[in-house]
Design a protein around this ligand. Structure first.
Ligand SMILES: C[S@@+](CC[C@H](N)C(=O)[O-])C[C@H]1O[C@@H](n2cnc3c(N)ncnc32)[C@H](O)[C@@H]1O
Length: 292
C-alpha cells in the first residue's frame, strides 16, 4: 500500500513493492508494445509503476519482478490482457473536441440522413471508444436530427482493447458530473436517472454496438464506414504503426467518407495523399473512383 501525500508525491510503506527496475520496466514496455501498439518510454515508468500496484495487490504478489515473471509464464497468460487494461489511458468525455461534432452535425449528417431515408445503410465507427462517450455523443446527434433513425439501417460500432471500458460503455451509466457536459435537452431525452448516475436510454443504446477490437490485430469488419472517429488513440503508437494504421483506416472508409482524429494527431504516410484535410484534424477520403 502507498500513502498519497499530494497527487504527485508518494512514499513506500514497509512491504510495498517499491522498485520497478529498468529491466522489468523494459519487459513490461515491450509486452505492451507488442500486444497493443502502445509505446512506453522511460518517462512513463512512474505511471506504469502506479498502475501496476493494483494488479500486484489483486494477485497478492510482493514485487514487480514476480509480476513480470508471472505475466510471461503460461499460467499468467490472461494477465497480458489485464496489463493492457491497466496501462491504457482511457480519458474521454461527452462532446470532447466539440468542433468535430459540430462539423459532423452540420456538414456530414444531413447527407447521411438522406441516404437512410432512401433505404440505404449507414455505419459509423468509434475506434478506441473508451467508455463510449464519443459513440453516444454521435448517437445523440443522429437521434436528435432524425428521431426515426431506429427504423433505418443505422449502427455505430464502438471498439476498444480494454474490456472494462467496453463493459462501462455497454452499461451506459455515467455520473452527473460527466453527463453535465451535454445540453439539458440531450440529458432529458437521452438518459434515465438510475442509482449511481444517469443511464443512456435504451433507445439510444440500441444504436451502438460495443465490440473488442485490437487495432494491432486483423480487423474483423464486414463493411466500410461512412464516418470513422479514431481520436487520441494513435498518439500512443510509434510513427511507423501510425503510418500503417492511417492507410488501414483509409481502406475502411467509403469513398468520400469522413475521418476525425485527435487534437494533437495528424495523418502521416501514404494515406495523406488519399485524404483531403477539410478542417481541424478532420479529413475526407477522396472518391478514388473519380480518378479513373
Ligand atoms: C484516450 S482514449 C480515447 C477515447 C476517445 N476516442 C476520445 O478521444 O475521447 C484511448 C483509447 O484507446 C484504446 N486503445 C489503446 N490501444 C488500443 C488498441 N491497440 N486497439 C484498440 N484500442 C486501443 C484505449 O484502451 C483507450 O480506451
Amino acid at each position: 500500500m502507498s500513502v498519497a501525500l499530494r497527487k504527485d508525491v508518494q512514499f513506500a510503506l514497509p512491504g510495498e513493492p517499491d522498485e520497478l527496475s529498468t529491466k522489468d520496466f523494459e519487459v513490461v514496455a515491450s509486452l505492451v508494445h507488442e500486444a497493443s501498439g502502445i509505446q512506453l518510454n522511460d518517462r512513463k515508468r512512474g505511471l506504469v509503476k502506479s498502475r501496476l500496484q493494483k494488479r500486484l495487490r489483486t494477485l497478492q504478489l510482493s514485487s514487480f519482478a514476480e509480476y513480470v515473471a508471472y505475466v510471461q509464464s503460461s499460467e499468467g497468460h490472461d494477465e497480458l490482457e489485464e496489463l493492457i487494461c491497466a496501462i491504457s489511458t482511457n480519458v474521454t468525455s461527452f462532446d470532447r473536441e466539440p468542433h468535430h461534432f459540430e462539423h459532423f452535425r452540420g456538414q456530414v449528417l444531413p447527407g447521411l440522413i438522406e441516404k437512410l431515408k432512401r433505404g440505404q445503410s449507414v455505419r459509423l465507427w468509434s475506434a478506441g471508444c473508451s467508455n463510449g462517450s464519443e459513440a453516444y455523443t454521435l448517437a445523440f446527434s443522429v437521434i436528435e436530427a432524425f428521431p426515426d433513425v431506429s427504423r433505418a439501417d443505422f449502427l455505430i460500432l464502438a471498439t476498444d482493447i480494454d474490456k472494462y471500458s467496453l463493459a462501462a460503455g455497454q452499461q451506459g451509466i455515467y455520473s452527473e458530473d460527466l453527463v453535465s457536459k451535454l445540453s439539458s435537452k440531450t440529458i432529458q431525452n437521452g438518459f434515465e436517472a438510475v442509482e449511481g448516475g444517469y443511464q443512456v436510454s435504451e433507445r439510444v443504446r440500441s444504436l451502438v454496438r460495443f465490440k473488442y477490437l485490437n487495432l494491432m490485430e486483423p480487423w474483423p469488419l464486414r463493411r466500410n464506414y461512412e464516418v470513422i472517429f479514431c481520436r487520441n488513440v494513435l498518439i500512443y503508437f510509434s510513427q511507423e504503426r501510425q503510418t500503417t494504421l492511417f492507410s488501414q483506416f483509409a481502406d475502411r472508409l467509403v469513398p468520400g467518407g469522413h475521418f476525425y482524429i485527435g487534437h494533437s494527431e495528424r495523418v502521416i504516410g501514404p494515406a495523406n495523399s488519399r485524404f483531403s484535410s477539410i478542417g481541424l484534424t478532420t479529413y475526407q477520403l477522396e472518391d478514388e473512383r473519380r480518378r479513373v
